[in-house]
Design a protein around this ligand. Structure first.
Ligand code: HEM
Ligand code: HEM
Length: 384
């Protein structure tokens, strides 16, 4: 890991994480209590919570992937830009719709800045950069394309619905999907404490299938649904290899362990289930208005809580403070499997549109949020 001295990122990451956890709770509960347009709470989670958190995680990992020094303070501007875009966008979807264009332009500038920084880091890399860097760069490219699509939609109202579908699939599968999978492949062996010799080759080759699959699903959902099935197949090949190589062959290390491992393993299963449900929804076999919430419950919630169980202690106690890190990880990881099952249960109940389907996930998320908050504030008090 890089030196913590003068590096403000580890201090910022817990705040980004807590904001995302809070957005999960508010974004799922609010539409059940009030009659607001669903896209506002969805973007509260995805644009105000997840987007800046992903930017932060990328900036945290890129120096490791390129074996270069701590991030320069000015690259943190991309995180602040993403947060500002998230605030403007959520307000705009609630109050003044057209303002979303301003949010899109700010987010595009943040994406351009972060991509430029990654390119610089790739050049300065000591040896060739880890293949995970390419995944992050492609994910940003797809987020940029999704933003351009939603800007074009305002100029081309006849194509609004199509471009909106392009925007959402590029974001969900391209931006979030590629970042999450690129990180998961490295994180799963780390949290399960085993060697994974296939991680490098998998990261080196499988991005092609996932990138092409994302384009086929996004363009297909927008204009020509039959090609989405080819996209689904391209997604399922690398995911199948990941599930067999890690979730099955290393099952004892991942499922029986306490802590981050079962959450991340459940998230991988949740991703496969939500892809299949997404395809069934696209084909008209599954009538739900909650497809994006299903993805959030079954994939993003176990993913973020699992990754945070491993990473929050590193951010709170950077460097070689392993004893505190391990203690904090044990506390955060308690009930991890039960929590992940509650997220999946809520997703399943939501398919049938049952009232209170959201309750199990919210109990789990509220528990994790309070432990994460307690760890963060406890650290602040100890430091004083
Ligand atoms: C600042 C960045 C963003 C802007 C300006 C933006 C803008 C929009 C707009 C205007 C819509 C249509 C809303 C409607 O018809 O009511 C939309 C839909 C959507 N966007 Fe975004 N978005 C952004 C970021 C994201 C991100 C990061 C994600 C996912 C990771 C995302 C996922 C979605 C989804 C799932 C929908 C469909 C919502 C629904 O079904 O109600 N967006 N976006
Ligand atoms: C897993 C994450 C996914 C999410 C969150 C998601 C979400 C959505 C949403 C909210 C819509 C409705 C858009 C609108 O209001 O017009 C939609 C439409 C569509 N999706 Fe997805 N989707 C996902 C995955 C997939 C996959 C894997 C496929 C195909 C393999 C797919 C194919 C389609 C198609 C074809 C449509 C258009 C349906 C129509 O014509 O009514 N989606 N998706």
């Amino acid at each position: 890991m890089f030196s913590a001295k003068g590096n403000r990122l580890p201090g910022l990451m817990p705040l980004l994480l807590l904001t995302t956890l809070l957005c999960f709770v508010v974004g799922i509960v609010l539409p059940r209590l009030t009659a607001i347009t669903p896209s506002a709470p969805l973007h509260l989670i995805l644009a105000l919570g997840i987007m800046p958190l992903i930017f932060g995680a990328m900036i945290y990992f890129v120096p490791v992937l390129t074996r270069s020094g701590s991030p320069e303070p000015k690259v943190l501007l991309s995180i602040y830009g993403a947060m500002l875009a998230g605030v403007i966008l959520t307000t705009s979807l609630l109050l003044i719709f057209k303002l979303y264009l301003l949010a899109a332009v700010i987010a595009l500038l943040a994406v351009a800045g972060l991509s430029y920084w990654m390119q610089q880091r790739a050049r300065q890399s000591f040896g060739s950069p880890h293949p995970g860097l390419l995944w992050y760069r492609l994910a940003l490219l797809l987020l940029g394309a999704a933003l351009v699509a939603i800007i074009l939609a305002s100029l081309w109202p006849q194509q609004w619905l199509n471009l909106r579908r392009l925007h959402l699939h590029l974001n969900i599968l391209g931006f979030v999907g590629l970042t999450a999978l690129g990180t998961l492949r490295v994180l799963l062996p780390t949290v399960g404490s085993f060697q994974d010799m296939n991680a490098g080759p998998w990261l080196m080759h499988e991005w092609r299938l996932l990138f092409a699959g994302t384009l086929l699903i996004a363009v297909g959902a927008a204009w020509f649904p039959p090609i989405t099935l080819a996209g689904l197949l391209l997604w399922l090949i690398p995911l199948g290899r990941l599930a067999y190589g890690l979730l099955w062959l290393k099952r004892r290390k991942l499922w029986l362990a306490d802590g981050a491992a079962p959450s991340l393993a459940t998230a991988s299963i949740g991703l496969i289930i939500s892809l299949l449900l997404g395809a069934a929804h696209g084909l008209g076999w599954l009538a739900t208005t909650h497809m994006s919430e299903l993805f959030i419950l079954m994939f993003l919630m176990p993913l973020v809580s699992g990754a945070a169980t491993h990473l929050l202690p590193l951010w709170l106690w950077p460097g070689a403070q392993t004893e505190q890190q391990n203690r904090s990880r044990t506390t955060l990881g308690r009930f991890a499997l039960i929590r992940s099952m509650l997220f999946q249960l809520s997703g399943m109940l939501l398919i049938f549109d049952l009232p209170w389907s959201w309750l199990p996930a919210m109990v789990a998320m509220a528990q994790f949020l309070s432990v994460a908050l307690w760890q963060t504030t406890n650290k602040a008090v100890v430091q004083e």
